[in-house]
Ligand binder design. Sequence first.
Ligand code: CAA
Length: 380
Amino acid sequence: MDFKLTEEHIMIRDAARDFARNELLPGVIERDEKQEFPSEQIKKMGELGFLGMMASPEFGGGGMDTISYILAMEEISKIDASASVVMSVNNSLVCWGIDTYGSQEQKKKYLSKLTTGEKLGAFCLSEPEAGSDATSQRTTAIDKGDHYLLNGTKNWITNGNSADYYIVIAQTDREKKHKGINAFIVEKGVEGFEIGPKEQKMGIRGSDTHSLNFNDVKVPKENRIGEDGFGFKFAMKTLSGGRIGIAAQALGIASGAYELALDYSKQRKAFGTEICNHQAIAFKLADMYTSIEASRHLVMKAAWEKDQGANYDLSGAMAKVYASKTAMDVTTEAVQVHGGNGYVKEYHVERLMRDAKITQIYEGTSEIQKIVISRGILRD
Ligand code: CAA
């Protein structure tokens, strides 16, 4: 067993770290406060290759492994989880989905622009009445010969307004249940496609979350991904990889908060010494570091399994449920280590604590991950 990173991995991690410190850190507090999407920064991330890291080089992707991707995700998430969710959705859900299951035409037309950041993607599965229960799709896509007619509403869509291309999951044949679900690529601006108001969120406030309405939207047949009825499996397979990305995001939020708490504890004095010299604080740091390292091993293992071509449904779910709990625990303790300053925006940890919560909710709640894990254990 070799836990060492390769030189290339270290290079990618360091590039992401530099980018996060130089380009994302300035203004991160203001963007959070104003709920401002980091447009300029996302454009630069595209130019640097952070938006299509694992996609095929033939279509502008980086052709990198999942380990490289999660190392970059961790570094970006330490500083700005709003930027890293944009990165995660574009890489793991949209680019990976089209690269793995899309037609050559879809890859030429859509993927080659998504990998470079020229265009941005969104993944639209959740609905007002189909969040965790993803097979209960109410959005319909009726087969009209050369096109599908799309009707329905999608909720909580990341990149809701900023995206250009939307992967939309919809029910074509209700009698076939999940086997009658399809996935489509829908372009922004087509007739009948309306973007609802922006959600006012607790955390990841720089990201852009909207509901979407589809009213008799014509989707060309060639925009369906895969065979008729493949949409639910497409969504599940794509989300399995997405969960590794969100686990890496949670890991980044936790390690970002830990590093801030560690630095602070070495500077702040109380009762005549730096607070890290008090066991009450030192033990908190020990617990934080241990759970971060445990999360890192789970996230790395899931990424490694994906790179090996093994099944990563279980390891991805375990990584997400554990790393997201770690993110909540560690950010909460990081606020505590900072005391009164932890409750103040300029010290960053209160934002990280608010950002951490969503990692237990999106791309499958912690409860859904436990369904996936328990079914996997009981099946084997
Ligand atoms: N890979 C391939 N196929 C899979 C699969 C996987 N990982 N998981 C399930 N399937 C298949 C099953 O094999 C089954 O197919 P067959 O009938 O052919 O065998 C089919 O899908 C239905 O599976 P289940 O019977 O297990 O379905 P279920 O109704 O019990 O639900 C679930 C399973 C795991 C709970 C699923 O509904 C789920 O993952 N829900 C959560 C949805 C979710 O993650 N939403 C996140 C929204 S996206 C987002 O957040 C993005 C963002 O913007 C950040």
